[in-house]
Design a protein around this ligand. Sequence first.
Ligand SMILES: Nc1ncnc2c1ncn2[C@@H]1O[C@H](COP(=O)(O)OP(=O)(O)O)[C@@H](O)[C@H]1O
Ligand SMILES: [Mg+2]
Length: 266
Amino acid sequence: MSAQAGFDWLREVDRGRYRFCQRLAPNVCLAEDRDEARVVVKQHLMAGPDGFPTCDDPRSEIELHSRLAHSHLAEFVCGYPEQRVVVTRWVPGESAARRFFLSPGTEAEALRVLIPVAEAAAYLHQQAVLHRDITPPNVICYGKSATLVDLGAAIKVAPGVWTRLAPMTVAISLLAEPFPWPRPPEVDYGYHSNVYALALLAIYVLTGLPGLSARYWDPQGWAFRENLRHLVLPGLAKVLARALRPSPEDRYPTAGDMLQELLSLP
Ligand SMILES: Nc1ncnc2c1ncn2[C@@H]1O[C@H](COP(=O)(O)OP(=O)(O)O)[C@@H](O)[C@H]1O
Ligand SMILES: [Mg+2]
């Protein structure tokens, strides 16, 4: 089977504007634009792996993403709602999922991933946007920094109105890169859920262990706190512990609040 198999649809997008380079996920590829700029082209799936229709609406990703710009957020290039296609600027690096898998980073490395992603999330929160899928596969590490990608599950939220996390959204991100990933305990998703996800991202970098679930560590348990104590200095341990509190109101209310504390660490 050729690498391009499954990407026939790419030829039809914008009269062949994009040339296939490499498969990144079953529905996502690296491609070259006519001017040879490298882009990532994603076609939203009509159905999940089990045949159920997904609840993602590519129009909302296009509408949202086209209005957003931040140095640590993948740059929006183009959207084709009829073809369910979103194009972003390629971030030349590797996902945090890949880079740190069974190969844990130091505290300094964790901060080099966490701080830029928290900046992107803080920007999104200022714009009243909830990402809902801050996970290691959706963070691209390059050089000494990182960029957040994939606004497929992001939504605009009204003040104080939280949202349910659609289960299909989880299925989609698992399909892109099989990756067991815990969710915050709450049913109603809010900025505080992104805060929780940011802390899990840092823990993943520090441990190289995906699926930080009951199988490995319980964030509220004694063993977890003991482990954290050995991995990071007390300042960062305190920030992560607050971000992982089971009750949303005990966490930082937004990524911006968490970021402030991260930036003031000694
Ligand atoms: N702009 C980009 N630059 C580099 N890699 C990207 C970019 N966008 C996506 N990717 C990679 O492709 C994978 C799948 O794309 P993503 O937008 O997350 O699709 P899905 O909505 O199916 O999860 C991501 O997990 C990421 O590793
Ligand atoms: Mg993704």
